[in-house]
Every structure is written in structure tokens, then in C-alpha cells.
Design a protein around this ligand. Structure first.
Ligand SMILES: *Cc1c(COP(=O)(O)O)cnc(C)c1O
Ligand SMILES: [Zn+2]
Length: 409
């Protein structure tokens, strides 16, 4: 009896053993991990989970790692769900929550899939791990590789924020800046994984890696007393997090841990790189964006690997998609910090920008229970946040001088 049955092609349904492969031989469709939920429900229930240590690994049985000694755990997940009374009041919502994933070990939600991806590499006996990254996956994989004692090589587009490179290097990884976009880095990664036998989390380990992202949704439901939200708003780059959230909600239904009541999934991409949103609006194929232009660099993926799965998830749940401008996202950063005490990077604030647009369009009811996934910390992109905050005042060290610069004393 095993929990993980194998891998299954999302397009043609063909089955494969749970080995190092992420696309289908017959149709190039993406492969998904298949579980035996009957078996899993004999192993765990809601009480087993809540009795365990508060990290994402309390959901071990719903993750594709066979042997628990292989888990590489930096205390990932287990992040707070804040009830936002002040912001909710400003927006006219009774039940607004922030799932604060900036509180992860490397300050973004990417620790969740990276933790699973690196654990799986350890299980496969791979000695060099890495990824192609828009910025947050690189430090997340690097930190877990360090913890596991594995070599780490990451490929990043040349223009990502300095702080993300410094952070990755501090974890001892080799950072390689690729002269091109994220998609160029990703294509190079596909060749490198094949040629050097590397385990690249979001490339040849992708089917396993994306499973880690499910834990944001499990935790959210658990923290809401197993009452799923009416609306969940999610930042979208490759579509991995949104698709994983959908699978997670379906699994909790399948296990009978939550009611069939569906949560509407809303995806948010920046206006300067919104290939999935465009396809949603036009009802067309996803057309790659050649040159993403946005302050939300973590979301600058022109050719999204899980784009169709994300589209299906939004449609199936009766959700929607939206693409706020950079200006609206900056305003959302200011509100999250100034009204709720949560410091977000642009990609983490974009769900709030979308919520404000949905509210203005009358698509949210005052009574809706809304959860925003705030996925990355403002420390990741200080040069961008600087654009919306006030300059410090300067004073001589006397009370008189201070009185002349501050208003109202
Ligand atoms: C990677 C990332 C996302 C979404 O990524 P997907 O590729 O769609 O899973 C969202 N927010 C932040 C901060 C990220 O780094
Ligand atoms: Zn197939």
C-alpha cells in the first residue's frame, strides 16, 4: 500500500511511475501526482493533523515524499492568517483575511514547493539541485539545498532585484545570471537538467515540486475552522500556486474535511505580463508575452508552465481573473503596510489591488469571506517599495529643531 500511486498526464491520462519526469512521452502534457485517498484517509484525519508541529509538513501524507527521513524542513509554512478588521472596514468587507506567507523562512511562499522539490531530489539521490527563477524560488531552493547538504545552481534573468541575488548567494548557491528573460533562463534550465543530470525544482522535478504549494490552501482552511473562503485571490506567474490551490480544495472535499461549498478562485497577474488573464478574457489560447514589463518581477513569466491548468481552475470554480496596473499594486503595498502592518513586495500585494477592483465592479459582497494570499515580503524589492513611501525627515538633535520639522508635536 502506498499513498502515491504514480504520475498521470493531465492531457491524455497516461500513467507513469513516480520517477524523475515532468512531461508525458505521448503528448507533452504536464504530469500530476496521483494519490490513493482511501488509503490516506485511513492514515490521517483532521485531528491527527492539528496535533502535529505547526509547519506545512504536518500534511506529509498529502505530499509526494515516500520516506519522512527525506523531508528538508526549515520550518516552512504554518504562517499566520490575519483577520483584517481595519482594511476590511475600509473596503466594506466583514470577513477579510490575509494569509501571510511573507513569514516563511526565506520570506516567500516559494519555501513550500522548494521544500518538497529538494526533499524529492534527496529521495531520488540527486546531488545537484537548482531552478530557473524570477527571484524568490532561487533563495528558497538554495536554503533547502544548504540544509540538505546538496550543491545548488540557480538560473535567473539578468534584471532581477539585487536583494534576491544576495540572499541566494548567502545560502551558498551558485547564481548564474542569464542574459535574457525568465523564459530564456527556463529553456536553458531544461537543457542543463538533461545534460548535467541536475534536479531543477520547477523543471524536471516540477510535478512533485508544485505539490508543496497545496499546503497554503490546507492551512487556510484549517485556520478558518475547516470553513473554506468564498473567494481566494492568488498572484499568478506560471499558474502553479493557483492550480495547486484548486487541487488542495478538491482533496479536502474528497477527504470529507470541508463541505462541498466551493471557493471561487481569482487569479491576479500584472498588466505588463498577463498572458493567462488575456486568454481568460478573450476565451482564446494563451499567447506568450515576449517582453514582460512590470514592477512585479516575481510574476514576470511570459510563457506560463501551468497556464491552462490555472485557467481551468478559475472557470471550474466560477472565479475570475484580473490584471491591475503597477500604480494600483503600489497603492496596495502602501495599504497592506500602513493599515495592516504587513510588508509585501509587488507580487504579494497584487491580490489586494485585484480585490479593490472587484469591489469597485460590484463583484464582491459585503458578507463574502475573502482570503488574500500575500506571497512575498517587501524586503525582496526595497527599490520598488521606496517609490510609495514617505522620505524620512531630518533634524538637528534639539527639541526646537524637531518641533519645526514634525507637525503637531
Ligand atoms: C512565484 C510567485 C508567485 C506565483 O507563482 P506561480 O508560478 O504562479 O506558482 C506568487 N507570488 C510570489 C511572491 C512568487 O514568488
Ligand atoms: Zn499525455
Amino acid at each position: 500500500m502506498t499513498r502515491v500511486v504514480g504520475l498521470r498526464c493531465r492531457e491524455c491520462g497516461r500513467r507513469f511511475p513516480a520517477a524523475l519526469r515532468s512531461v508525458c512521452d505521448s503528448c507533452w502534457g504536464p504530469l500530476e501526482v496521483e494519490y490513493d485517498y482511501n488509503h490516506i484517509s485511513n492514515l490521517i484525519d483532521r485531528d491527527t493533523i492539528t496535533g502535529r508541529a505547526p509547519t506545512m509538513w504536518r500534511y506529509f501524507e498529502l505530499l509526494p515524499i515516500e520516506d519522512s527521513t527525506h523531508t528538508v524542513d526549515l520550518g516552512d509554512g504554518g504562517t499566520p492568517l490575519h483577520h483584517c478588521q481595519r482594511l476590511g472596514k475600509e473596503l466594506g468587507l466583514k470577513e477579510l483575511y490575509i494569509k501571510n506567507d511573507t513569514m516563511n523562512p526565506t520570506s516567500s511562499f516559494k519555501d513550500r514547493p522548494a521544500s518538497v522539490g529538494v526533499s524529492k531530489c534527496l529521495e531520488f539521490g540527486i546531488t545537484t539541485v537548482g531552478c530557473a527563477s524570477t527571484g524568490n524560488l532561487a533563495p528558497a531552493v538554495a536554503a533547502h539545498a544548504a540544509k540538505a547538504g546538496l550543491r545548488c545552481v540557480v538560473l535567473v534573468p539578468h534584471d532581477i532585484e539585487a536583494s534576491k541575488i544576495v540572499q541566494t548567494s548567502a545560502y551558498g548557491a551558485q547564481v548564474i545570471r542569464v542574459k535574457g528573460t525568465y523564459d530564456d533562463a527556463n529553456r536553458l534550465g531544461i537543457l542543463a537538467a538533461e545534460h548535467f543530470g541536475w534536479g531543477l525544482a520547477n523543471i524536471n522535478v516540477r510535478s512533485f515540486y508544485v505539490e508543496g504549494s497545496k499546503t497554503v490552501a490546507y492551512e487556510t482552511c484549517e485556520q478558518l475552522g475547516w470553513e473554506p473562503p468564498d473567494i481566494t485571490i492568488i498572484p499568478v506567474a506560471s499558474g502553479g500556486l493557483l492550480s495547486a490551490t484548486h487541487r488542495a480544495f478538491k482533496e479536502l472535499e474528497e477527504l470529507g474535511w470541508v463541505d462541498q461549498r466551493k471557493t471561487r478562485l481569482v487569479g491576479s497577474q500584472p498588466r505588463g505580463c498577463a498572458p493567462i488573464v488575456e486568454a481568460f478574457r478573450k476565451g482564446s489560447e494563451i499567447e506568450p508575452v515576449e517582453e514582460p514589463k512590470t514592477i512585479a518581477k516575481s510574476l514576470a513569466i511570459g510563457s506560463p508552465a501551468s497556464g491552462y491548468e490555472a485557467l481551468d481552475a478559475v472557470k471550474e470554480t466560477g472565479g475570475s481573473m484580473d490584471s491591475p496596473s503597477d500604480g494600483e499594486t503600489l497603492e496596495a503595498i502602501r495599504l497592506l503596510g500602513g493599515v495592516e502592518g504587513v510588508f509585501a513586495e509587488p507580487a504579494g500585494a497584487i491580490p489586494l489591488a485585484t480585490l479593490m477592483r472587484l469591489r469597485d465592479a460590484g463583484e464582491v459582497d459585503a458578507s463574502d469571506r475573502v482570503v488574500l494570499f500575500v506571497t512575498g515580503s517587501g524586503f525582496k524589492a526595497p527599490e520598488t517599495v521606496l517609490r510609495v513611501v514617505e522620505e524620512p525627515l531630518v533634524t538637528e538633535p534639539t527639541l526646537d529643531a524637531l518641533r519645526s520639522v514634525v507637525q503637531g508635536g
